[in-house]
Design a protein around this ligand. Structure first.
Ligand code: FPP
Length: 238
């Protein structure tokens, strides 16, 4: 049984809307509370041994939401990134993004690039923020890049290995998540890291994301540590 701390945890931060609705508040306020919960969690998780956390902040499907919610989420992201830039001196996080940033407002793209640059030597957790991220879109973009390299003669079709595909994804160089957490009682992957999660353990909780704390994270990690990960093989001695 794996008693080790997962090196990479993926989090689907679901339930912000319901959290707000229960309090008769606008949905965007639920997202704001969600961003605060994330901030607190990252501080509390520092030093536990988790190396990477990928959070699903905005999916390629989220554009279908009402215009005020989309702009509210974008503004929240803008503010969140700016806060980390302003407070970089006091932060221990290395921050970057996954997803197709090219359609986002230029200032957000520029600030994500800046934040990545100024935080790259920080000693703490690598936070990967999934923005305009969709797993199928990520795989499609990787296919297009690989096809171009084949066309230009830089690689041969028979050289396309699983590793080569992984290296063309947004998560290139990041180990696959051992654990994926989804809050709010939903049991779906929703296009989050479909390639990378082939062997991930899943942990679901009814807690709404703004209520998720370090204790919940520890409970999720304990559940993971009690699972028997076999990767399709069998565990010797079992
Ligand atoms: C799902 O809740 C959550 C989102 C679509 C957005 C998640 C964003 C944040 C937690 C804040 C922004 C994060 C960063 C890094 C700045 P939902 O709206 O689907 O909730 P519901 O299912 O209850 O309606």
């Amino acid at each position: 049984m794996g008693k080790e701390i997962p090196k990479h945890i993926g989090i689907i931060m679901d339930g912000n809307g319901r959290w707000a609705k229960k309090r008769f508040l606008p949905r965007v306020l639920g997202h704001r509370k969600g961003a605060e919960a994330l901030d607190k969690l990252l501080k509390d998780a520092d030093g536990m041994g988790i190396e990477h956390i990928t959070v699903y902040a905005f999916s390629t499907e989220n554009w279908k939401r009402a215009e005020d919610e989309v702009s509210g989420l974008m503004n929240l992201m803008r503010e969140y990134i700016q806060d980390y830039i302003d407070d970089n001196e006091n932060s221990r996080l290395k921050i970057d993004s996954v997803g197709d940033l090219t359609v986002l407002d230029q200032d957000i793209q520029d600030n994500i690039k800046l934040l990545k640059e100024i935080s790259k030597d920080k000693p703490g957790i690598n936070l990967h923020i999934a923005i305009n991220y969709g797993g199928r879109d990520e795989i499609r973009r990787a296919f297009a890049d690989i096809a171009n390299e084949v066309k230009e003669g830089r690689i041969k079709p028979e050289e396309i290995t699983e590793e080569l595909i992984s290296d063309h994804l947004d998560t290139a160089g990041v180990p696959d998540p051992e654990l994926i957490i989804r809050t709010s009682g939903e049991y779906r992957l929703s296009n989050f890291l479909p390639w990378q999660s082939a062997y991930s353990e899943f942990y679901f909780t009814d807690k709404l994301w703004p209520d998720f704390t370090i204790d919940d994270l520890k409970t999720a990690i304990s559940a993971y540590q009690n699972r028997d990960r076999r990767f399709g093989g069998r565990n010797e001695g079992k």
